[in-house]
Design a protein around this ligand. Structure first.
Ligand SMILES: *[C@@H]1O[C@H](CO)[C@@H](O)[C@H](O)[C@H]1NC(C)=O
Ligand SMILES: [Ca+2]
Length: 315
């Protein structure tokens, strides 16, 4: 999928999200992420699958029969058990999840690289990126699909320049990775915060106030009462987000929200997976305990089919 398709999808998905106002939109997706799915095990284990396998690999498991899934999961368990003592600890699981995340990012950059490095010199210049991504728009600067490509391009260029450490407007693989996955790099954190603020700060005063904060996650459904989670978010804003209690979030407060320094997603997910599958409660997992819960860890054709039925019910 190239960026144009991705953008199309993004705008479609946004429209879709807006049509379902009671569902929470997850803004905190800029953090070093394990998945772009919302983590709600009552709905599906998609987030866990992405975290455990990496998003690409998770898709392959969705094609397997339960038996094939279990077998491949068993092979993975042997790899996770680094000290080969027959048990998977929370620490081993955390390392594995971090590894899956790194691999996903590496593969994702590799997959896109060929498309953008047009002259195949091992670098991607801003010109190459711009031509590939916005070539159609540049040829016809007034497209009638209503999407603001100009604004996207300006934003991409600013991010590209930030990722491009030596300022030659030519990205090495490392710099291009920082461009595509800025949340993974300390030196990109400011731009991640800036882009997020621009998205949410509708009146462009440089701050996120309570209504903008709520408006980004929830759109009012006529006269319907606000769902409970929206009320909770309002309290969160007042109690925790707006630390200096001036009624709005500034840059620092926004950064603490979307890129909290004291929260490790891989660790939290490892703890969650152990908690959910440790049948004898000895704090570590056997291969049997993991494979028993294969639907939580990896899923399969069957679980995906089940989800499709659930999704169908919602419409
Ligand atoms: C980008 O497109 C322009 C206009 O078609 C062309 O002049 C330029 O050489 C292209 N740059 C690269 C790096 O392909
Ligand atoms: Ca190149």
């Amino acid at each position: 999928m190239d960026l144009r398709q991705f953008l199309m999808c993004l705008s479609l998905c946004t429209a879709f999200a807006l049509s379902k106002p009671t569902e929470k939109k997850d803004r905190v997706h800029h953090e070093p992420q394990l998945s772009d799915k919302v983590h709600d095990d009552a709905q599906s284990f998609d987030y866990d699958h992405d975290a455990f396998l990496g998003a690409e690999e998770a898709k392959t498991f969705d094609q397997l029969t339960p038996e094939e899934s279990k077998e491949r999961l068993g092979v993975i368990v042997d790899k996770i058990d680094a000290d080969k003592d027959g048990f998977v600890t929370e620490g081993e699981l955390k390392s594995w999840i971090k590894h899956a995340q790194k691999k996903y990012i590496y593969d994702n950059v590799e997959n896109q690289w060929q498309e953008f490095d047009m002259n195949q010199d091992g670098f991607i210049s801003w010109d190459e990126y711009r031509n590939v991504t916005y070539g159609t728009y540049l040829d016809d600067p007034d497209p009638d699909d209503g999407f603001n490509y100009k604004q996207m391009m300006v934003r991409d260029e600013r991010r590209f320049k930030m990722a491009d450490k030596d300022g030659d407007l030519i990205a090495t693989k490392e710099e291009f990775t920082a461009f595509l996955h800025p949340e993974e790099y300390d030196y990109m954190k400011d731009i991640v915060v800036q882009e997020t603020m621009e998205d949410i700060d509708k009146n462009a005063d440089g701050f996120i106030d309570l209504e903008e904060y709520i408006g980004d996650m929830y759109s009012h459904d006529g006269n319907a009462d606000e769902p409970e989670w929206v009320k909770t978010e309002r309290e969160q804003f007042v109690e925790f987000r707006d630390k200096n209690r001036d009624g709005k979030m500034d840059k620092e407060e926004t950064k603490d929200w979307i890129l909290p320094s004291d929260y490790d997603h891989a660790e939290a997910e490892a703890r969650h997976l152990v908690y959910e599958s440790d049948q004898n409660k000895d704090g570590k997992l056997t291969k049997e305990e993991i494979v028993d819960k294969y639907d939580l860890f990896v899923g399969s054709q069957a679980t995906d089919f089940g989800e499709a039925l659930v999704r169908h019910d919602e419409f």
